[in-house]
Design a protein around this ligand. Structure first.
Ligand code: ATP
Length: 242
């Protein structure tokens, strides 16, 4: 569709000779938040890596803002507005401030300065400890720094790999709350960022305008959260019998 910010079609890839993704396709409309649901080993990380340019696609294509970026290196994709938060998300040996500067390394100095000040306003815990090493932060704070670092590039699209990984339910809710402030209609400065969130935690569906399920390297479903609930087999698979 014309208003798709990101679109992937027919993605096939793998490790060595072992194929992991089989014709995976998804789209993130401009301004939308999309959740990619899948169990451990479904291929979520692999698909995100193809989208951000950390793994080549054997077949298929990736478009960002209508431009074919399939063969582009990651840094070019970042300049076009894509930010990626891996499961680790931060450089533990660098300070909070240094992590944010790396996140925004392609921005002009003055722009980055202003952006970091805005991020500190949203993340006061980080502002208090600018010179602390990221590795010294708690798991929850480190995740917040990962999100702030990704936002420091001023992205149109934030791609996140399992932001809930290693977090207690309380921190998961805090992460969801923070992301909600940056999505379209959110309260944060610069709200309106599109998001693609790979998760196995269904709590993230609170953020989703659209959801895909990935199973065995294949996209099995794409639609709204209500449509996911309406499908008995998928409902059982992702929400249990409740
Ligand atoms: P997780 O939640 O565990 O990260 P995932 O959905 O992100 O799961 P992937 O990490 O993309 O899944 O893994 C998909 C498949 O690819 C799995 O079968 C996994 O064993 C395999 N795989 C992942 N990384 C490698 C690698 N570096 N070399 C070989 N196989 C790999």
């Amino acid at each position: 569709m014309d208003n798709d910010l990101l679109r992937a079609d027919g993605i096939e890839t793998g490790y060595g000779k072992v194929q992991v993704l089989w014709g995976a396709a998804l789209a993130v409309p401009a301004g939308a938040s999309v959740v990619l649901l899948g169990a451990n080993g479904a291929g979520k990380t692999t698909l995100l890596k193809v989208l951000v340019g950390l793994m080549p696609a054997w077949h298929g294509s990736v478009h960002l803002s209508g431009t074919d970026i399939t063969a582009w290196r990651t840094d070019r994709r970042v300049r076009l507005g894509l930010a990626y938060m891996s499961e680790l998300g931060v450089f533990p040996g660098l300070t909070i401030e240094e992590n944010l500067r790396i996140g925004g390394q392609f921005a002009e100095r003055a722009v980055l300065q202003r952006r970091i000040a805005e991020l500190y306003a949203v993340f006061p815990d980080l502002a208090e400890r600018k010179r602390a090493l990221a590795g010294a932060l708690s798991g929850g704070q480190r995740k917040m720094l990962g999100i702030a670092k990704a936002l420091a590039s001023g992205p149109k699209l934030l791609v996140m790999d399992e932001p809930s990984a290693g977090l207690s339910p309380l921190f998961v809710q805090q992460v969801i709350g923070v992301l909600g402030r940056f999505r379209a209609g959110g309260a944060a400065e610069g709200a309106g960022i599109s998001m693609l969130i790979a998760e196995q935690n269904v709590a993230f569906l609170d953020l989703a305008d659209r959801v895909y399920t990935l199973d065995g390297g294949r996209i099995r479903f794409g639609g709204t959260v209500a449509e996911l609930h309406a499908d008995d087999a998928l409902h059982r698979a992702y929400f249990g019998l409740a």
